[in-house]
Design a protein around this ligand. Sequence first.
Ligand code: FMN
Length: 202
Amino acid sequence: MIAIDPKQLTERENYKFLIGSIIPRPIAFVTTQSQEGVVNGAPFSFFNIVSSNPPMISVSIQRPGGHVKDTARNILAGKEFVVHIVDTDNVEKINETAANLPPEESEILRAGLTLVNSTHVKVPGVKESKVRIECVLEQALELGGDTEPGCDFIIGKVVQFHIDEAICEEGRIDPHELGAVSRLAGNDYAEIGKVFTMERPQ
Ligand SMILES: Cc1cc2nc3c(=O)[nH]c(=O)nc-3n(C[C@H](O)[C@H](O)[C@H](O)COP(=O)(O)O)c2cc1C
C-alpha cells in the first residue's frame, strides 16, 4: 500500500483518487428554476441518501475557482429542486446538459428533454426519467472555502416521488428495469452488472 497525504497533493490529484475510489456513484439530474423563471438542469454524481425518515437526499455542488454553479444558486434562492435518476435511456441527453451555458439559457431544451409540471414544488421536472423526486431545501452547507474553493452541500427533503409503474412491483423498484447508470472516473460510466443476494448474519 502507498500512504498518501492529501495535503501533499494537488486539487486534481485528490479529485482523481476520490472519483476513482468512490465508485460506482449514482447520478442525479437536478432541475432548478432561476428567479427569472429559467429552468436549469445539470447532472451530479456527488449524490446520495441522507435519511429515510424523513426521506432526505444530498447533492454536493463544487465551486470551481470559487464560482457558485447555477444549480446551487437557484436552490439557495428558490429552496426547491427536482432530482431525476439517470438511466441508460436518458443518459445521452442528460450528458448534453452538462455544457456550461450562461444562466439565461436553458440546457434542458437544448438537450431535447421535455419539461413536466411538478405537484409539490414550482420547479418542473423532465419526462425522460423513470424516477423523479421533488425536494425542498432542508439545509445548505457551505463547506471549505477558506483556502480552497469549497462546495455547496445541499440536503433536500423529499416531498413527492414519481415512479414509472413499469419498473415497480409491490413497492419495489426492479434495478434492471430502472437501468440506472453510474459515474466512474473521467468520462467512464457503468450499468448495473451482476446482482447477487446474501443473507445478513443474525
Ligand atoms: C455525469 C456527471 C456528473 C457530475 N457530477 C458533478 C458533481 O457531483 N458535482 C459538481 O459540482 N459537478 C458535477 N458535474 C458537472 C456539472 O454537471 C456541470 O458543472 C454543470 O455545467 C453545472 O451546471 P449549472 O452551472 O447549470 O449548475 C457532473 C457532470 C457530469 C457529466
